[in-house]
Write a protein that binds this ligand. Structure first.
Ligand code: UT7
Length: 349
């Protein structure tokens, strides 16, 4: 069975840089608080009307496709991960297919938030291994800036997120000892409401009424969308940051170790760990727990914030462009987030 390799990688981040000081115009926050708690110095925001999650994905995909030595016409499947799609439905996969004038290929949308790109890579990897497809475009893209609460009420979330896109082309590899060695996917829906955007949705308070989560005051109404939701700011994401943080610092090392064990490897064998850029403090904790050096971990949340499904491919692309990921290197990708869902992948580059 052939393994799949990342044959090409690309990224796109909007030119509009938004600093921590810029955010102080809208909310009660400070550069000091944001940097100390998250490591973030600045993030990019997409143009409000001229850029969408899909248009950013197109830019990243063009680069990935060219670097893979192929053309949009040769792509035979799309896997698109995002939590900020252009439309509630249809998903961004078909919009990307249309925008890039691809053939009438399959397009799959993945809704796994921060671990979306890892899930997407894993799905694509299976299609390559079975021989069903030969050129799969895997994308993570987010336009968070369009859906955040920029008042002080939303500051714990709004300062974290940024916009951008990353894409890879997966192909079967002919080389020995190269490619995706394994992927590992997990979920635990027990804490689904701790990091979520409840509305618009079809829940009509079903979960709150069942007392499965303490969010009855936060998610009111029996309509898909209502004035009340707008007035009570329920069309914005909700996050219990501390609970997410506590779980993340356990699950990141766990799922990385799972991947290493599966392949009889040790943390010291990793040449480059690309963690989902959730919070620099989380990455530093994971690095310390696994005993990794600064050279073994790549972080760029300082410049881009947390770009959810796009963060892993953006960080991987930047690391590769800087020559920090080279042929033969053992690269580990890992993510944790809303769901909760978490995942890892080990790649021999
Ligand atoms: O990628 C998706 C997965 N997400 C994550 O992994 C996020 C994990 N969690 C985190 O990164 C952190 O929990 C945050 C960075 C979101 C928040 O940091 P924290 O240290 O957990 O802060 P907190 O929410 O406990 O808030 C501490 C204080 C509060 O004030 P009081 O009640 O102590 O007076 C907040 O109101 O900080 C306040 N605060 C802020 N102050 C200035 C919250 N956000 C801000 C802000 N600027 N932006």
């Amino acid at each position: 069975m052939p393994l799949s390799k990342i044959a090409g990688i690309g990224m796109y981040t909007p030119p509009n840089i938004v600093t921590n000081n810029d955010l102080m115009q809208y909310m009660d926050t400070s550069d000091e608080w944001i940097q100390e708690r998250t490591g973030i110095q600045e993030r990019r925001y997409a143009h409000r009307t001229e850029e969408t999650t899909t248009t950013m994905a197109v830019e990243a995909s063009k680069i990935a496709i060219e670097r893979a030595g192929t053309t949009a016409d040769e792509i035979d499947f799309i896997v698109f991960a995002t939590l900020s799609p252009d439309y509630y439905f249809p998903g961004c996969g078909v919009l990307l297919q249309r925008a890039m004038k691809m053939k009438e290929i399959g397009a799959l949308d993945i809704r796994n938030q921060c671990s979306g790109f890892l899930y997407a890579i894993s799905v694509a990897d299976q299609f390559i291994k079975t021989g069903m497809y030969k050129n799969i475009l895997v994308v993570g893209s987010e336009k968070h800036s369009f859906g955040l609460d920029f008042s002080t009420r939303g500051r714990n979330i709004s300062v974290i997120f940024g916009d951008g896109a990353g894409a890879v082309v997966l192909q079967p590899t002919e080389k020995e000892n190269q490619g995706i060695l394994s992927t590992h996917l997990h979920s635990d829906g027990e804490s689904a409401e701790l990091l979520a955007m409840y509305n618009p949705g079809t829940h009509a308070n079903y979960w709150a009424a069942k007392n499965y989560a303490d969010f009855s005051d936060e998610a009111i109404g029996d309509m898909f969308m209502s004035h009340q939701m707008i007035e009570k700011a329920q069309l914005y994401p909700y996050m219990d940051g501390q609970s997410v943080f506590k779980k993340a610092v356990v699950k990141f090392p766990e799922v990385i170790m799972e991947a290493l064990h599966k392949n009889n490897l040790l943390p010291s064998d990793i040449n480059m760990l690309i963690p989902h850029q959730a919070n620099l403090r989380i990455s530093q904790f994971v690095q310390q727990k696994l005993g990794l050096s600064n050279d073994q971990v790549y972080n760029n949340i300082q410049q881009y914030g947390n770009t959810t499904a796009a963060s892993v491919p953006i960080a991987l692309c930047e690391a590769w462009e800087k020559g920090k990921v080279k042929e033969g290197d053992l690269v580990c990708l890992a993510a944790f987030g809303s769901g909760f869902t978490w995942a890892s992948a080990l790649i021999k580059w």
